[in-house]
Write a new protein. Structure first.
Length: 545
């Protein structure tokens, strides 16, 4: 049986958030850490998203049977209640890995990756999951079978028909590799076609990111082995039937090594690739733009060569590029870096952030919120002050940091450090409609305990009674009350708004009924008596609207 899901919520969550946060801009609403059923298991978070129904989806790996890793899909309500949990294990019983997830308009999921065994060293994997989180089917593919041959998928996208497109690499561990691209039916997983592409020096060819443009064409970004066996950025465009339209490689300097961090497509079909280029004395930020015809729009190698790398990129509706990563600050430490670049390749602004005197900070996640403003997240360190460092204790605290900027001029709206503990590693930050964020990641309690998957929801701190004290502090002091433990003072919000959308309606009623019965600490227990019953239902209906 699966171990219980641990949910930290209500006042406990607020206390944890305050004790570890360096600034009051975000407070924890709830936090879930999952330790699988087997000892020494490796449970990891790889993807988090918000479904069309407002629920939260988490995808990753879980050690259901010990060292064997399986795929899992979990669904949570906006208040952190577990709604569903389903898994899939490969027929070989080997380790299974999810590399990329795409969510359809109906909330169903396509998840791709690979598993060990199946006639080759690793075998490509495409899985489909329903909008309710139920496993539907899995399909596998290997370009070449036999010992030492690897077949792996790294990125997935959906076309207008709901068919699934994925890219990756096929090759042999002894050397060599081709970029791989395939399409399967979204209905039943039948293979529609599979292609592979080889450059003159194909040792490093692979597809890392795939897109479908408005015409149904497929664009694959990755790395391309140059003629001297160096690494270039690669870009391939194929028709819907898989036939190659064009292929491009980008080389910033002869003999230089280029590495792809991420890629993004704009509505006009133009593509931006970001990463870094090594030219002998260090790495520079690399931002490259191509139009829909494969013509080079711009190529930017930015910064004095050092440990400068870009890991993530997004495009807005106007075609602007936002790219984030790390920049060495001259003290053998790195800071968060964020660029805004115009469609023509002009740097509109650049922002750096690092805690003074602290260590390494770098962006692993970049998203745009509903207003088009960038939210950056990644591992971070902060310098402990005074007694916080302890007598002779460590001067730095490891954690994660989220930064929110305006898109127009790069003004920092807020930044928030969250220190869940030195063993917690952040994977992704997803903007939530209330202005907060969903964050997922993996923790490493100890070598003996393996790894745990975790996910949580943070929201902006509020001062609803405008007394100069944040609501969470008012609740702890007793100035305001929070009977249901949802972090919202009862004096400031009608009881029953369980999904936090500012309105009490059918979704709130459904969540309350779903928690009916004994439910100690459950958000649906509006009066805090440990039971969801008629009293709570009456309170919700009385505050309808």
């Amino acid at each position: 049986m699966r171990k219980p899901i641990a949910i930290v919520s209500a006042t406990a969550a607020l206390l944890i958030a305050r004790s570890v946060a360096a600034s009051p801009q975000l407070e924890m609403t709830w936090f879930v850490e999952y330790d699988g059923p087997a000892p020494f298991a490796y449970d990891t978070s790889e993807y988090a998203g918000i479904a069309p129904d407002g629920n939260i989806v988490l995808v990753g790996q879980t050690g259901m049977s010990g060292f064997d890793q399986d795929l899992f899909v979990a669904r949570y309500s906006p208040m952190g209640a577990l709604l569903s949990f389903d898994t899939w294990d490969s027929p070989t019983g080997g380790n299974d890995y999810v590399a990329s997830v795409a969510m359809a308009g109906d909330g169903s999921l396509a998840a791709v990756g690979y598993y060990y065994g199946g006639g080759s060293e690793t075998t490509m994997l495409v899985t489909k999951w329903s909008s309710s989180g139920e496993f539907l089917w899995a399909r596998t593919h290997a370009y070449t079978t036999g010992a030492g041959w690897h077949n792996q998928l790294y990125s997935v996208a959906l076309d207008a028909n709901g068919d699934i497109v994925a890219c990756g690499q096929t090759g042999h561990y002894s050397g060599g590799g081709n970029a791989a691209l395939l399409k399967v039916s979204g209905a039943n997983g039948d293979l529609l076609w599979a292609q592979q592409f080889s450059s003159p020096g194909s040792e490093r060819d692979h597809g890392a990111k795939v897109f479908v443009d408005l015409d149904g064409n497929l664009i694959m970004a990755g790395e391309w082995g140059g003629p001297n066996y160096d690494s270039d950025l690669g870009l391939w465009k194929c028709a819907p039937d898989g036939s190659l339209i064009w292929a491009r490689n980008h080389q910033a300097a002869p003999g230089g090594e280029e590495y792809l961090g991420d890629a993004a497509i704009a509505p006009d079909g133009s593509v931006t690739m970001v990463g870094w280029v090594y030219a002998g004395s260090g790495d520079q930020h690399l931002i490259v733009g191509y139009d829909a015809d494969g013509d080079d729009i711009y190529s930017l190698a930015l910064g004095v060569p050092d440990d400068h790398r870009l890991f993530c990129v997004v495009r807005d509706d106007d075609g602007n590029t936002f790219a984030a990563g790390q920049e060495e600050n001259g003290a053998q430490q790195s800071d968060f870096v964020l660029y805004k670049v115009s469609p023509a390749g002009a740097v509109i602004w650049k922002r750096l952030y690092g805690d003074p005197g602290a260590g390494s900070d770098y962006a692993l996640s970049l998203k745009l919120d509903l207003d088009g403003d960038p939210i950056v997240g990644g591992p971070s360190q902060r310098l402990l002050q005074g007694g916080g460092a302890g007598k002779g204790g460590p001067p730095l605290e490891n954690g994660m940091r989220v930064l929110h900027y305006t898109a127009d001029d790069g003004t920092l709206l807020w930044q928030s450090f969250q220190g869940l503990g030195p063993s917690h590693w952040m994977k992704s930050v997803v903007p939530f409609p209330d202005g907060g964020v969903i964050i997922c990641g993996t923790s490493y309690p100890s070598d003996e305990e393996g790894q745990n998957s975790w996910i949580g929801r943070w929201r902006p701190e509020f001062d609803c009674n405008h007394n100069g004290v944040t609501d969470s502090v008012d609740i702890d002091l007793g100035t305001l009350h929070d009977l249901n433990g949802d972090g919202i003072p009862d004096e400031c919000a009608a009881l029953g708004d369980l999904n936090g959308d500012g309105e009490i309606g059918g979704s709130d009623l459904g969540e309350l009924l779903g928690g009916w019965g004994a439910c100690d600490g459950c958000p649906a227990d509006l009066n805090g008596d440990g039971v969801v019953d008629g009293d709570d239902l009456g309170t919700l209906l009385g505050n309808w609207g």
